[in-house]
Design a protein around this ligand. Structure first.
Ligand code: LIP
Length: 268
């Protein structure tokens, strides 16, 4: 078994266990533990408990690896592998009881810096639907045992696209302007609220493309591999301003360049 397949298998097993814990905690009622970067940026006790579980399972299985998690931060390892984890992606959906949230676990190699690392394995588990999306570099993307491919063509009615908005209200004007620039190429826009699932849906052909500015590394580390292993394209457009709100675009190659151009135009 290649290292990528070994890491994928570990990510799948832990994502499933962690996702089931998140699902059970949801049925028991969810408590908001704190707010982070903005009033709208919440963390629940379940986020913290699920990340502790994931971190413990990874440490048991691969002691020398590094870790970068949304809730417990970064720790450099001794190996070339770093795990990039969002324990509950779509936290606001989760807190409101909207069944659209995912456990996102990615294994990256190289410098543990977004845009510099190479994702070699990833799993995105959707506990509400029981869907396990997974990929290992060079081995394709899968939903269970079904191979995934992005859409080979896009309707003459336009592309079905997804996007998202930052937690910081001061970023909303720019986000809405970006939607306005992209709308002419779209048949419709979806705002699912969980980036990892948006990526998984592009990889599955349920969406033609997805764009968002301001995602955290753990939001896109696993999902971007799903898309590229499903034949899609992914761009991480680094924003070197002090705001560091990087733009990501993921789409079928049929519309990728056009979507990047529209999403990037007039960005300040
Ligand atoms: C969320 C993303 C979503 C984005 C939100 C937030 P979280 O991640 O999945 O796409 O629009 O602003 O970043 O906070 O639920 O892990």
């Amino acid at each position: 078994m290649t290292l990528a397949k070994e890491l994928e298998s570990l990510a799948v097993d832990i994502a499933r266990e962690a996702g089931e814990l998140a699902r059970v905690r949801r049925t028991e009622g969810v408590a908001i533990a704190a707010t982070k970067t903005a009033l709208a940026d919440i963390v629940t006790e379940a986020d913290r408990e699920v990340e502790r579980l994931i971190r413990a399972r990874l440490a048991d299985a691969r002691t020398d690896d590094g870790f970068l998690g949304e809730e417990t931060g970064a720790e450099r390892g001794q190996s070339d592998v770093t795990w990039v984890v969002d324990p509950i992606d779509g936290t606001v959906n989760y807190a409101y009881g909207i069944p659209a949230y995912g456990v996102s676990i990615a294994a990256v190699i190289g410098e543990p810096t977004p845009g510099e690392w190479e994702t070699v394995a990833g799993a995105v588990y959707a506990p509400a639907s029981g869907e396990m999306f997974r990929a290992a570099r060079g081995e394709g993307a899968w939903l269970g045992d079904q191979p995934l491919t992005v859409n080979a063509d896009v309707s003459a009615a336009g592309a079905l696209l997804a996007t998202g908005f930052g937690y910081d209200p001061t970023t909303h004007a720019g986000d809405l302007a970006r939607v306005g620039r992209v709308m002419p190429m779209a048949r419709d826009i979806r705002r699912g609220g969980a980036a990892s699932l948006d990526f998984a849906w592009v990889a599955s052909g349920r969406l033609d493309g997805y764009f968002e500015r301001g995602l955290a590394p753990w939001d896109h580390a696993a999902g971007s591999l799903l898309v590229t292993e499903a034949g899609g394209s992914f761009a991480f457009v680094r924003d070197d301003s002090e705001r560091s709100r990087h733009l990501i675009v993921a789409a079928t190659p049929v519309i990728f360049e056009r979507l990047v151009d529209a999403a990037l135009a007039d960005e300040t």
